[in-house]
Each structure stands twice: as C-alpha cells, then as structure tokens.
Design a protein around this ligand. Structure first.
Ligand code: NDP
Length: 332
C-alpha cells in the first residue's frame, strides 16, 4: 500500500519547466516529493543535488534510467523533455514499473499516444498528462458550465494562447521532429480549452499556418484553427510564437463568460455577462496538479487527465496540420 508515504517523483529532463516550475512546486506538495532526477547533462547534477538534497543513487541518465526498476524510492517518473521524446521516456519508465506523468502535448501522433497508453496498461501503471489547467478551479467552473449551460446553448468559443518568442534562440521548439512549432507546444491549450468549454468533441476542423521569422522557418509560428461541434457550436482558436494572446471566451444564447488570462501559471481569472467574478485562485497550479495525480495513484482511483485525453488532442492536432496543408475542411 503506497498510502503510507509521500510518493517519490523523478523528473526526467532538467530544462526550463522542471527547473523553474515543477521542482519548486514539488516543495509545496503534500502527497509527493522530488526524490530523483534523470538528465543527459551531467553539469546540471551538483546544483540539483544541492538544492533538493537528492541522493547519488537517485540520479540517472538516459542510458541507465531503465535501472529505476530497482529503486523503491521512485514511484513516479515525470517526463518533461521535448515532445518528440515523450514516447521513448514513457516506455522506459513504464517498463521499469513506474507510474508516468508526461508533459503536454502527449506525443507527436496518434500511434505514439496509443503505444504510451498500451505500455502503461501492460505494466499496470497510471499514465497522466500534465494539462495543469484541468486542475485549476476557475477552469473547472468553465467545465461545469459546459455541463449545466447556465447561459444557454454555447454558440461560439474563442480560445487563444501565444507569446512573442521571436527573439528566442534556436531550440527544440524550432525543430518539427522534436515537437516544435506553436501548434504542438502552445496550440494544445486553446484546443483542449475549446473541447472542455464545449463539453463535446469536434466533428470537423479548418486551419491556416504561417511563419514569418528566421528562427521558426521550419515550423508553424502562428496557427489559426476552427472547430465545429455537433451541437452547432464553433470554436475559433489561435496560437502563436510571435504574438502574445491569452483568453478563453464562450458566447452563449443567453450571455457569455470568459477567463482572461486562461492559461497563465497564476492569476487565471474570469467574469460573466451577469457580473459574476471568478477571482484568481491562490494555490500553486503545479502543486495542485501533482497532488491530485499523486492521490489518484495512492488511492488507485481514476486520474483526472489520462492518456486517452492527451491522445484526443493529438488526433485533432494531426487533422489541423492536414487542414492547413490541404487548405480544406477535415472531418474528424
Ligand atoms: P527545455 O528545452 O527548457 O528543457 C527540455 C529538457 O529536456 C532539456 O533541458 C534536456 O534536459 C531534456 N532533453 C532530453 N532530450 C532532449 C533533446 N533531444 N533535445 C533537447 N532537450 C532534451 O524545454 P521545456 O522545459 O520548456 O519543455 C519540456 C516539456 O515540458 C515539453 O513537452 C513542453 O511542452 C512542456 N512544458 C509544459 C509547460 C506547462 O505549462 N505544462 C510549460 C513549459 C513546457 P537535460 O539537460 O536534463 O537532459
């Protein structure tokens, strides 16, 4: 019974998100703690060991991480590497008998997602995708509105997430093979939001993509896409590495509601047409997410964001690329 202790988490990939967000959040969690690291950069190890008192025997690299199988300190492996590597590290972790938390977007295509789901099922470990918004209280209110329809039928959803990264230097985010480009990296926020705001799955998609700067010449720098739902609702979405945007809005038969910003690390807040204010929640988002996910393991209960949810977005992402390439409406 794992309930006797806090779960030990090993972070795989000590880049920006692990260093600046997840490791600090793991100092605030109640049901899990930072127990180990997996890194391809030996020079990062001393600082991490010092900051978080990580024992030598809980430090791994990409070649020996399968040996996690023999380490009872580690219950969960959190994959925080470029998207194109998520499947590979998920398979190693699951085959080592560890539960897997994997960052969004889940993987590059439907087949990779299915393989990740299958390997976790085979090893009887949980798989959860790091969609932190689905753990955020105001976002959960929006998900409730989708069920209860307090403002009548949802007509139009506007979902946009982007930032100006045109001054950034070259990284995997500019490499299509590793999951670079705005659509995979940022676009899954408006896509996931459109789905949870509608409370139904899209039936067709149209899209346009473009790139204007040298650094993002091989990937989509800005993508605009529209989703059609069975109910007749429509989602008008955008994502970009060249332009800052951060809003989610539902226009309904009898009013509207919105979150602005809707996907920031803190300060997600909203309002409605009848004057309800959804104030920003004070809790650390990542701590809340990891505690929820740790409890699902401890209680052996259903995870909030399973692999199947991550895969639904990736199927649509693939259709968005096809729609943009062929300049036509793709039926899902
Ligand atoms: P970074 O580039 O900052 O870090 C990625 C790390 O992955 C690297 O530092 C490296 O760690 C490791 N890595 C392993 N293989 C490779 C490779 N082939 N090329 C480059 N790095 C590699 O990226 P981020 O931390 O910003 O993003 C990582 C993941 O987290 C992505 O999937 C991204 O979408 C997601 N993310 C999620 C966010 C959220 O809000 N949920 C926010 C930001 C990112 P090492 O040197 O230790 O080996």
């Amino acid at each position: 019974n794992l309930g006797r202790k806090r779960l030990g988490v090993a972070l795989v990939g000590l880049g920006y998100y692990s260093r600046d967000l997840l490791a600090p959040a793991l100092q605030m969690t109640k049901h899990c703690y930072l127990a180990g690291i997996v890194t391809g950069s030996p020079e990062k190890i001393p600082q991490w060991q010092k900051n978080y008192r990580i024992a030598d025997y809980n430090v791994y690299n990409y070649d020996n991480m399968h040996q996690l199988a023999n380490n009872p300190d580690i219950d969960v492996v959190y994959v925080v590497t470029p998207t194109g590597t998520h499947k590979k590290f998920t398979e190693i972790a699951a085959n080592a008998g560890k539960h897997v938390w994997c960052e969004k977007p889940m993987a590059m295509n439907e087949q990779e997602c299915q393989d990740m789901i299958d390997v976790c099922k085979k090893n009887k470990v949980q798989l959860t995708i790091g969609y932190r918004m689905q753990h955020e209280p105001n976002t959960q209110r929006i998900m409730q509105f989708a069920k209860q329809k307090p403002y009548g039928d949802i007509k139009t959803i506007i979902a946009e997430a982007g930032y100006n990264g045109t001054g950034a230097s070259y990284s995997w985010r500019a490499d299509p093979a590793l999951g670079g480009g705005a659509m995979y990296d940022m676009g899954v926020y408006p896509l996931n939001a459109a789905r949870y705001t509608a409370g139904e799955e899209p039936i067709a998609v149209t899209a346009t993509m473009n790139s204007t700067t040298e650094v993002y010449k091989n990937v989509d720098e800005t993508t605009r896409f529209e989703l059609e739902f069975t109910s007749g609702a429509r989602a008008v979405c955008a994502t970009s590495y060249a332009q800052s945007m951060n809003q989610l809005r539902a226009e309904c038969a009898k009013g509207w509601y919105e979150l602005k910003p809707f996907q920031s690390y803190s300060g997600v807040k909203g309002s409605t047409s009848d004057g309800i204010i959804l104030p920003a929640a004070p809790e650390n988002q990542q701590a809340r997410q990891m505690d929820n996910d740790a409890l699902a393991i401890i209680n052996n209960s259903r995870v909030l964001v399973p692999g199947e949810e991550g895969m639904k977005d990736i199927v649509i992402v693939e259709a968005i690329f096809k729609a943009a390439k062929e300049a036509k409406r793709i039926v899902l």
